[in-house]
Design a protein around this ligand. Sequence first.
Ligand code: MBD
Ligand code: FE
Length: 261
Amino acid sequence: MNERATLITNEIVEAIRGVLRKNNVTFGEYRAGFMHLVKTQQAGEIPLLTDVFFNSTIVDIENESRKGTRADLQGPYFVPDAPVITDGQIAVEDEHKDKPVMVLRGKVTDLEGNPVAGAEIDIWHSTPDGRYSGIEKHGNMDKKFYRGRVMTSEDGSYEARSITPVPYQIPNKGPTGHLLENIMGGHSWRPAHVHYWVKAPGLRDVINQAYFEGDEWIGNDSCNGGLDEMVIPEVIENGERIMEVDFKLEPAVAKSLQAAE
Ligand code: MBD
Ligand code: FE
């Protein structure tokens, strides 16, 4: 038996029972609650629901033990085996080819500032209308779009171009959006963001997101994400938005502390 699973599962059940008792929840309310979970499953939104509410807590816990670049939400739309980018261009659908360009560039170093060559940076972001590729519920767009893995050069640098994402509403027509907007009195917006997962041999990987200076949803993220140091100042070169993001990787830790796939 896994002792931590036993402990944590028992404590979760006890915590929920405590809320039910405290509020004298009726049988009808209890049924409405679990029917919401059934609908969430039917809509394929279990990963969305859990990441919206709980991914940020796990990130906070993980960051307590980080010395390098701190981590942020993975979110539900990471897809493994994204295309390897060799020409510096992330694929964009024809309908979005004319959208404003962003240039993702920066450097990966270790804690001492030495460049890390051959690090893999897995990048993914949404379309301007809030869809991610390779996701069934988002229309099953080919996963070659808006995703890619770039490798750092000898000096630790990387560069990839794509189109610029915009403030993002998590899929809000289903049960998760209903909870956020109608039941909990909140909203379903996130600041525009670019996801990163940086990996290099012998170093601790980090999952992160970059945000755009001036975005109205920074500090008011429906998913409680966001690191101040990952709000990237607005730099425009030749009409292109430069997203200069450096990563500092610390030595690898025990498997149990690493970001799991
Ligand atoms: C996303 O695109 C996202 O990044 C997070 C954290 C949650 C839901 C959708
Ligand atoms: Fe996202």
